[in-house]
Ligand binder design. Sequence first.
Ligand SMILES: CC(C)(COP(=O)(O)OP(=O)(O)OC[C@H]1O[C@@H](n2cnc3c(N)ncnc32)[C@H](O)[C@@H]1OP(=O)(O)O)[C@@H](O)C(=O)NCCC(=O)NCCS
Length: 276
Amino acid sequence: MDTTALFELLDIRDDDARECAALLATPPSPAVLAALAALEGRLGTFPAGSGTAEGCGESDWIEALLRFAPVTAAHHGSAGIPAEITAATLADIGLNLRINRRVHGRFGLDTWAWLTLHLAGNMFRLGRLQYHLVRSTGGMSPAPEGEWIVGIHIPEDGGLSPAVVDESLLMARAFLDRHFPDKPVRLATCDSWMLDPYLAERLPESNIASFARRFTVDRCSEAASDGVYFTFRTRDMENLAQLPRDTSLQRAVLERIDDGGSWQLGHGYLELPAAP
Ligand SMILES: CC(C)(COP(=O)(O)OP(=O)(O)OC[C@H]1O[C@@H](n2cnc3c(N)ncnc32)[C@H](O)[C@@H]1OP(=O)(O)O)[C@@H](O)C(=O)NCCC(=O)NCCS
């Protein structure tokens, strides 16, 4: 695959495309080869966690993700997964490169670990949401150990109206039944700052609250910076007073911290709708 086709597949644009082309212009270093070997070892194994490789830095991982993406695309293709679903899934790489520029003001991918999940072949963007097909490990999970579940993720890509969520959940049901009939999925889980019960109480009419109410949240854990990161795209927790308070969400996130509260990660689950 040439770089033009690759960058189109991954939705990598403008300055990011130039930086990525520069990474691909020289042969892979030993660190990149180690990251590539890690990605290869994960492909098709339905891992739940991110890839790791000794001695690999952010730039090595970007290069490895770029070099490996066509392998994941071919793997999807051989499993009969429609090319547009593969492209929608892998476009998260370009989106995260753009988000990195907003967060750090430069080329990079501080979320590279998240993107290693996509390249293992068991993450799918279906309509508005992403679905990560894994086996439950039991324990705190709502599903017994070994049962197939999907982890739901919410990419930044416009609003989250109930209609787009309904549509996506139905797409997921149809997709899983069609492509993974040997991996029956009953439950979808979501671990997110958006499921912090404080948010639905504070902004009951919002799309985020309506999304959160779909889930049974059985526990919460500390995630002090998640609300700030996803609302403001900053990892700086020291200068919160300078952040804007233009939207109701921005105000809710900051006022909770002003009041001495701490944002939580809500751990929730829902039953996927039955096929119509
Ligand atoms: C989740 C998301 C799509 C919700 O968008 P939405 O449908 O517009 O959200 P709502 O309608 O519930 O928004 C309610 C209010 O919050 C504001 N808001 C929503 N997301 C916002 C954001 N990222 N930054 C600032 N304000 C935001 C809306 O403008 C609205 O403000 P208003 O009441 O002053 O008009 C959006 O927040 C987003 O892209 N978040 C980043 C991705 C993310 O957090 N993923 C989860 C990772 S665990």
